[in-house]
Design a protein. Sequence first.
Length: 275
Amino acid sequence: MKKILMVLLSTVTALTACKVTERSGPKNHIYVQKKGRENKDWKLVWQDDFNGKSLDTTKWTRIPPGRSAWDTHMSSNDACYRLDNGLLYLRGIINPDTTVDKRPYLTGGIWSKGKFAFQYGRIEIRAKLECAGGAWPAMWMLAELDKYGKYPRNGEIDIMEHLNRDSIIYQTTHSYYTLDLKQTEHPPHFGTAKLNPLEFNTFGISWYPDKIVFQVNGHDTFTYPRITGVNASQWPYDQPFFILIDQQLGGNWVGKINPADLPVQMIVDWVKVYQ
């Protein structure tokens, strides 16, 4: 019966998506909200409830390691990932075997790059954050198609970033305008929101052609508007973006990792996208 209900839900979601979005890309994975829907009711177009026994690889890929502060410890090691009872656990751990991988720490993260991206709409992610020295869980978005060139010209949307044991999160936009031209106050490019990170919270944005509204638990917390009369790089947010969810560790911003606090994990309940 559960399988039948899931199939029916998927069918309804697909039919709804056809009415509100235009799909493109080599895998038909890019969802662009149809014009004129900005003030209409949201319709669910894509979701993952993490109810399977393994990660749905039609929607997500484990994030590979890189050279930036955020992805230096990213790993595909199974110890950094767990699905159990409809929850996805993304873990930051002490490396159990440095003979294979010499890095002292490993972290888990997923992205929808090449499998799902959307332009305009609403995304919500329900999750619980654990706290640790050097813990940096994040939910964010990057451009799928690189319309304007190399980073940061395509922009970055940080739905949620949490540091250490803070009782606040950061919600931010980054771009060539804010990072290279240093235009961080015209308009202000980030806000903070209070929360209890040890409880499940719902993090999200509502993304329009002229503004990005950040939210926590359904309440608006910060708005980044598109403005006129400034460098065009202020608004690279007119293209499809993919989703990243990761349990990061360490870096100049969050500070040193405390190995005594590990393992630490972000527990994700679901991801939903509306248009």
